[in-house]
Design a protein around this ligand. Structure first.
Ligand code: IPM
Ligand code: MN
Length: 427
């Protein structure tokens, strides 16, 4: 099936086919944003349902409007149909979307003949092909969220002491080869394999992954880190604005370049404290003293790993939201993945996805200088904060028994109330 056929399906809302070109942000009083929705595998479709409910509330109570195109995709879709998503989907995301919302990718046993993750051209192909160089992952603990440790729920970390933003480089590092293969595949182009290399002292069967780190790739990510820190309130512990460079520059050359670029750029931000940490020690500090950290910049695989660890501080993977952003495009997704064992049960926590929608609306607001979108994004955050603060309806991962849809509906209702109260100021 091609993406045009998907669009033509009666169950799917149609999108106007307009080539999206980057324009300098201008104020848009009546914004209609073109959203491409990729539900994906496992629990992805279930959390996307809750995201769509939230979008419907926003449309109902504000002047914001969305033209949505939903595209089936993922590893399961590949097993069922032989394709990771319909032909033309990449181009649709590139040319006809103001933002992309993804559920999750990954299904047991779904591997392409070359061993790559089936569905990879969706998530990794978009990250690389749309140059989404920053994976922005907030680690924030809300009041009312307890931590699941030893299968019990306890308040280990304090909400006032956990509020950091991790920026993971998203287009190079250890993921580079797979990212490029996925992007080429997504565009129907011929895939390149890494050149064969000999490794001194190693014989027999061998597999390896290159880890290229470029000056340009490091610069743009690290600069974004300093810019984010400027707009934030500093570290929760002492209010000092900090950017921490997390690397392994005592061992790897790529990290040496990354740290060097960090120092060079840091000199241009005298008001922000630049600090450096090796990844191994950082994992210990982030657990013991999360209040020390404001913005963290790191390379691709380290960022992947520390944000799963970081999710423990915020109440688990069900709370971890993310934004994959470049200069032009943005893709928003919960960090938790497809969680096949929970799929179809209506039990997973939709808050990571609702928070990802919040990041998406905020990003659209910034890209388009749209004050309404910015206000709405604040109110989504407020609705989630109030919901968790009250602590009545929680999914199993937070110690409750509520379903995915109950939590989603409760937050939607709260948002609707907030929007009604502020409707004079928001229109
Ligand atoms: C994530 C995921 C992905 C990654 C997988 C699904 C390829 O773990 O977004 O963190 O490793 O980046
Ligand atoms: Mn991950």
């Amino acid at each position: 099936m091609t993406v045009d056929e998907v669009i033509a399906q009666p169950t799917v809302e149609t999108a106007s086919i307009v080539v999206f070109m980057y324009v300098e942000p201008v104020a848009r009083p009546m914004a209609t944003y073109r959203l491409t929705i990729l539900p994906g595998d496992g629990t992805g479709p279930e959390v996307i349902v809750e995201a769509e409910k939230l979008l419907a509330i926003i449309e109902q109570y504000t002047e914001l409007a969305f033209e949505k195109t939903t595209i089936p995709c993922g590893g399961k879709h590949w097993l069922d149909t032989g394709e990771e998503w319909p032909e033309g989907s990449f181009e649709h995301c590139r040319d006809n979307s103001d933002a992309i919302l993804l559920g999750a990718i990954g299904w047991p046993g779904a591997r392409l003949p070359n061993g790559d993750l089936a569905g990879g051209q969706v998530i990794l192909g978009l990250r690389s092909g749309l140059d989404l160089y920053a994976n922005v992952r907030p680690i924030k603990l809300y009041e009312g969220v307890r931590h699941k440790i030893h299968d019990e729920f306890t308040q280990v970390w304090k909400p006032s002491k956990v509020d950091m933003l991790v920026l993971r480089e998203n287009t190079e590092g250890l993921y580079h080869s797979l990212l490029r293969r996925s992007a080429l595949r997504a565009q129907g182009l011929e895939e390149k394999e890494d050149p064969k290399l000999e490794f001194d002292g190693l014989t027999g069967e061998l597999a390896w992954d290159p880890r290229p780190i470029s000056r340009k790739g490091s610069e743009r990510l690290i600069r974004m880190g300093f810019e984010y820190s400027r707009r934030r309130n500093g570290s929760p512990g002492d209010g000092i604005s900090r950017v921490t460079c997390v690397d392994k520059s005592n061992v790897t050359r790529g990290c040496q370049l990354f740290r060097q670029v960090f120092r060079e750029l840091g000199a241009g931000y005298p008001e922000i404290r630049g600090e450096e940490a090796y990844i191994d020690a950082f994992t210990m500090w982030m657990v013991r003293n999360p209040e020390w950290f404001d913005v963290v910049v790191t390379t691709n695989m380290f960022g992947d790993i520390v944000t799963d660890l970081g999710s423990v501080l915020q109440g688990g993977m069900g709370m971890a939201a993310s934004a994959n952003i470049g200069d032009v495009h943005g893709l928003f997704e919960p960090v938790h993945g497809s969680s096949p064992k929970h799929a179809g049960k209506n039990v997973v926590n939709p808050i990571a996805t609702l928070n990802s929608v919040q990041l998406m609306i905020e990003w659209l607001g910034m890209q388009h200088s749209d004050d309404v979108a910015l206000r709405v994004s604040d109110l989504i955050e407020q609705a989630i904060t109030e919901h968790l603060g009250e602590g009545n309806l929680l999914t199993y991962d937070l110690g409750g028994t509520a379903s995915t849809s109950q939590v989603g509906s409760a937050i939607c209702e709260r948002l609707a109330n907030l929007l009604t109260k502020t409707s004079e100021t928001i229109h």
